[in-house]
Design a protein around this ligand. Structure first.
Ligand SMILES: C[S@@+](CC[C@H](N)C(=O)[O-])C[C@H]1O[C@@H](n2cnc3c(N)ncnc32)[C@H](O)[C@@H]1O
Length: 228
């Protein structure tokens, strides 16, 4: 077990289903010792891909169950649904909270539908760059922040959000899509090195750089800790 709710069976990741019988995006369901789990698809979720690829203890990538987390670039809620299984559990018994921000109305529609059966999930229609319109919904700094916005300026967006919303010592996970950055012709490796330097100079310790190739090509997940 990676956590009370996340388990690895062979090379397949599963999360204990907080909403019995419900599949969120067509993923398969199965029982382990009478408890229902949902298959967490690493080709649909960068967090799952990173958990499978990390060279460190896999559970280090997960937030504390029952805590509040901030997720920027929530999409249709694929990763978030599994995060909810882990953070909140059935009927939000653990009292967790996922503040999920996305600027696309079609994503918000799906997230709002998901939140009806998953209390603790707080969908927000907002721009990750414009905190003034939604920041009030995150009144206290969090210990876990995930960003997957796949748009240019991803690093600046991440650094600014972490400075406002992430505790010192908190974990910031940045999913970086190379193709979304301005092309300098120097190659992906150089780009990823520059991002690592930028993060370090901005007060983050880069604990790991996880290549998601094979699950999500041209993507790296930077695992950082806010130290300044
Ligand atoms: C790759 S998808 C996210 C997938 C999701 N993280 C998952 O694993 O299920 C990127 C999302 O970021 C959103 N996005 C892009 N720019 C954004 C911004 N500035 N603020 C908030 N969301 C943004 C897009 O609407 C899109 O839904």
């Amino acid at each position: 077990m990676l956590s009370w709710a996340i388990r690895l069976d062979g090379r397949t990741l599963w999360s204990e289903n907080a909403v019995f019988g419900a599949s969120v995006y067509g993923e398969s369901l199965r029982k382990f010792s009478g408890t229902e789990y949902r298959r967490w698809d690493p080709t649909r979720s960068k967090l799952a891909a990173a958990i499978l690829r990390t060279k460190r203890n896999k559970s280090l990538l997960l937030p504390e169950p029952g805590s509040t987390v901030l997720y920027l670039g929530a999409g249709h809620g694929t990763s978030i649904s599994h995060l909810h299984d882990h953070l909140c559990g059935a009927d939000n018994d653990l009292n967790g909270r996922i503040v999920a921000v996305d600027l696309a109305p079609r994503c918000l529609r799906d997230l709002t539908y998901l939140a009806r059966s998953r209390t603790g999930l707080v969908p927000i229609l907002g721009d990750a760059r414009k905190h003034t319109s939604w920041g009030v919904l995150v009144p206290h700094p969090v210990n876990w922040l995930f960003q997957d916005v796949a748009q240019s300026g991803q690093v600046e967006i991440f650094v600014t959000a972490c400075r406002r919303f992430l505790n010192l010592g908190g974990l910031g996970l940045l999913s970086l899509k190379a193709a979304s950055e301005r092309w300098t012709g120097e190659g992906e490796h150089v780009l990823f090195n520059k991002v690592a330097t930028q993060l370090t100079e901005s007060g983050f310790e880069v604990e790991e750089r996880i290549k998601l190739t094979g699950y999500e090509d041209n993507h790296v997940l930077f695992v950082t800790r806010r130290v300044e």
